[in-house]
Design a protein around this ligand. Structure first.
Ligand code: IYR
Length: 222
């Protein structure tokens, strides 16, 4: 039997429409500064910052409030180097035949390749796992719901929190990701979802001069 959860009043200070317009605009402009950066410095980041970022990610909504995620944080250089080696092995195969010509052509402007030095340089790697089911105290399987959606939203919150802390992240998707399950010795109910190096950019870090779609390209108001 699921235990009862009491309901409590939802209270937040009311924001006037005028304030709302300003706040939403300010937040948009701030978030619009977030960029995926591939050039990481090895400058240290306090562990407490990473803890706060993860707590923020875990405020994301999730199916039946199951919070079906585990954030594995890697700061250990030996483990980072193992992860780099394994990721580069998969990525080498991806860039040399596993990815279609169209895919490689779409990626060309971003100058990515199979080399992933940031997996060793960044002070922290966060590997986000989705929990396809939970295990209760008696070792029984418990269902989770909308795991993909929930973990995707948590990843978004994580990236926003990293940006808000003044740090950079790279949403890295080595594929297949199974090597992370093995290296980090995760249980069978956990599947790797994303690998996110976190840290500071190098002094000379560059990003492609991308433009974001305009509102009429992404939204339809009825
Ligand atoms: N996973 C590869 C390839 C890659 C794919 C897409 I789609 C990107 O936006 C970026 C990279 C890699 O990490 O290099």
């Amino acid at each position: 039997m699921q235990k009862e959860i009491p309901f409590i009043p939802y209270t937040r200070p009311t924001v006037s429409p005028e304030e709302m317009i300003v706040q939403s605009q300010t937040y948009y402009e701030w978030m619009d500064k977030r960029r995926t950066v591939r050039h990481f410095s090895d400058q240290k980041v306090p562990k407490e910052v990473i803890e706060n970022i993860i707590l923020t990610a875990s405020t994301a909504p999730s199916g039946a409030h199951k919070q079906p995620w585990t954030f594995c944080v890697i700061g250990n250089p030996e483990l980072k180097s193992q992860i780099r080696k394994a990721a580069e092995k998969e990525e080498y195969t991806n860039y040399h035949g596993r990815m279609s010509d169209e895919w490689l052509e779409d990626l060309r402007p971003f100058a990515t390749d199979w080399n992933k030095p940031f997996l060793e340089t960044a002070p922290w790697l966060i590997v986000l796992f989705r929990k396809i089911y939970d295990i209760d105290k008696e070792g029984g399987k418990k269902n989770n719901y909308y795991v993909q959606e929930s973990v995707g939203i948590a990843a978004g919150f994580l990236l926003a929190a990293i940006h808000n802390a003044g740090l950079i992240a790279l949403t890295h998707t080595p594929s297949p990701l199974n090597f992370l399950h093995k290296i980090l010795e995760r249980p069978n109910n956990e599947k790797p979802f994303l690998l996110i190096p976190v840290g500071y950019p190098t002094q000379d870090a560059q990003v492609p001069d991308l433009k974001r779609k305009s509102l009429d390209e992404i939204a339809v108001f009825y």
